[in-house]
Each structure stands twice: as structure tokens, then as C-alpha cells.
Design a protein around this ligand. Structure first.
Ligand SMILES: Nc1ncnc2c1ncn2[C@@H]1O[C@H](COP(=O)(O)OP(=O)(O)OP(=O)(O)O)[C@@H](O)[C@H]1O
Length: 271
């Protein structure tokens, strides 16, 4: 553990683990406030894997760019030495993410889905104005703080559109946009697609594009044939079905940008 981190924080129990990082709860020795610290062991990232080392560089840079926003996890401090990178972040209660919420309580009534979704799209609008594309929007990366506010996290796959045209397959099978899989250049609307998938799953309890294997899921995404089966959508309002069609639209030019999603009647007309 980097000495500088230990001088400022008491590092406590492990609260999560991802592909690269181990996340601990930590307490500021100055304020007594609790945070999460995501610690990445750089030695676990192979020198030859440029994509993985890019993820490592990206996350703190992009978090700095998009912070602060009420629905984006905030980077409070960064410590780095030859072997480790430690990001001190807002603390969210352990295991409290949208994935677990859907497993435990889903599918959700529209009002609950709208409450979560609106906060997620608020984060998206803010990022897209700054030219940042998240590229890995999925329920596992939507955390909730102790007041139940959405905190979007995991910016390891994010990029800045203005810097270079975006290409390359990034994302998670159920949520990835068809233009990414088609190998075309793409932009911020890939996040609108992924948010549409998240909204669909919150309402239906299952994903819109499915398959037994990753390849089958990719084929379903590429077909982009959106179905709203009666068994799951019979009591769902026409307004949200309209929004889903406009977000999960294969034609990127017709897919709504994030700020128009926020102005859709399902959002503005909801209590
Ligand atoms: N700020 C936080 N507060 C509380 N728990 C967190 C926080 N950030 C991450 N976690 C927990 O730690 C786990 C791993 O974090 P994260 O997904 O950011 O790591 P990663 O290495 O980037 O993972 P991935 O495999 O998705 O790339 C998460 O699933 C979550 O449970």
C-alpha cells in the first residue's frame, strides 16, 4: 500500500473486487469521513496489453474531467507509485448497485424505473457535453449512495470523442451498441443505446437482445430487432415504449441524443 495513502487514510475492510482493482473502505485521518479506495496493482496489467494499460490511465483522468456531478462517482484523491494506483472515491454501501437491485426487486414499476433512469441520463448529458463517452454503461456500474442517489462508476473504458475518432470493441455483450460491433466509427450515442438496454431490463426483468453465448447476443444486437413482448409490457405505458424505440434504434442518426431523452414526455410528464 502506498505510504502517502496510509498517511492520510486508515484503510479498512475489502468491499469489492473487479478485473483490475480491489476496493476497500477507508477513513480520512483528518475528517473522519469514510470513502472507498480502489487500488490497482499495476503488475497485474500485462505490459503487452495496451488496452488494459489505457484503462488504467483513463479512469482517474476522465473522473477528474467529469467531477463533480451529483450522479457520477467523485474522485477525491489519487495516489500513485511504481506498483500501485489508489483512487479515493465516494463510498457507496457495499453490494448496493442496480444489478443487485434488479435481481432482488425487479422488474420495477415505471415510477421507480423513471427515478433511477433520469439520474443516469443526467450523468450522461453532463459527460456528453464534455465529450466523454462512458462505453460500459450497465447495471453493475450504477451504484447508489446512502441517500439512494445514483452514482455512475467505472470509467476505465471511457474515452473523449474530441481527441480521436472512436473505434474498437469496448463494452459488455448485452449492453453494447450495434455500431460498435459492426466495427464502425462511433460516438456518444453508444451510451444512449446502453441506457436504453438498462431501462428495458428495469421494466421487463430480462434483456432485449439475448442469446446462449456472447456470439449469439452479439448477433441479436446486430439484428437490432426490438421486441416488446406482451407478457412483460402489457401494463407498461405507451410513452416509455416510445422512448425505448427511440433509444434502441439501430440507425444512429435517428437515435435520440441524451439531452433529448431527458426532454421525452415519459420523463417530463412523470411525477
Ligand atoms: N465507490 C464505491 N463504493 C463502494 N463499492 C464500490 C465502489 N466502487 C466499486 N465498488 C465495488 O467494487 C467492485 C469492483 O469495482 P470496479 O467495478 O470499479 O472495479 P474494476 O476492476 O474496474 O471492475 P471491472 O471488472 O468491472 O472492470 C464493484 O463491483 C463494487 O461492488
Amino acid at each position: 500500500m502506498t505510504e502517502a495513502l496510509k498517511k492520510s487514510y486508515d484503510v479498512c475492510e475489502e468491499i469489492g473486487r473487479g478485473r483490475f482493482g480491489v476496493v476497500f473502505r477507508c477513513v480520512s485521518l483528518i475528517s473522519g469521513e469514510s470513502f472507498a479506495v480502489k487500488s490497482i496493482d499495476k503488475r497485474r496489467i500485462s505490459a503487452g496489453d495496451s488496452l488494459d494499460s489505457q484503462c488504467l490511465d483513463n479512469e482517474p483522468k476522465i473522473l477528474n474531467l467529469v467531477s463533480p456531478h451529483p450522479n457520477i462517482i467523485r474522485l477525491h484523491n489519487l495516489y500513485e507509485d511504481d506498483f500501485h494506483l489508489h483512487m479515493v472515491l465516494d463510498l457507496c454501501p457495499p453490494s448496493k448497485d442496480l444489478y443487485n437491485l434488479i435481481i432482488d426487486d425487479g422488474p420495477f414499476p415505471e415510477a421507480q424505473a423513471r427515478h433511477i433512469f433520469t439520474q443516469l441520463v443526467n450523468a450522461l448529458v453532463h459527460m456528453h457535453v464534455l465529450g466523454v463517452v462512458h462505453r460500459d454503461i450497465k447495471p453493475e456500474n450504477v451504484l447508489f449512495d446512502s441517500r439512494n442517489s445514483v452514482k455512475l462508476t467505472d470509467f476505465g473504458s471511457a474515452g473523449v470523442v474530441a481527441m480521436e475518432p472512436m473505434r474498437g470493441v469496448v463494452g459488455t455483450p448485452y449492453y453494447v451498441a450495434p455500431e460498435i460491433l459492426a466495427g464502425r466509427e462511433y460516438g456518444e450515442k453508444v451510451d444512449v443505446w446502453s441506457c436504453g438496454v438498462v431501462l428495458y431490463i428495469m421494466l421487463a426483468g430480462f434483456p432485449p437482445f439475448d442469446g446462449e453465448t456472447a456470439v449469439e447476443i452479439f448477433e441479436a444486437v446486430l439484428r437490432g430487432n426490438l421486441r416488446l413482448p406482451v407478457r412483460a409490457f402489457q401494463s407498461v405505458s405507451p410513452a416509455v415504449k416510445d422512448l425505448l424505440r427511440k433509444m434502441l434504434c439501430k440507425d444512429v442518426s435517428r437515435r435520440l441524443p441524451a439531452e433529448q431523452v431527458l426532454r421525452h414526455p415519459w420523463i417530463t410528464g412523470g411525477s
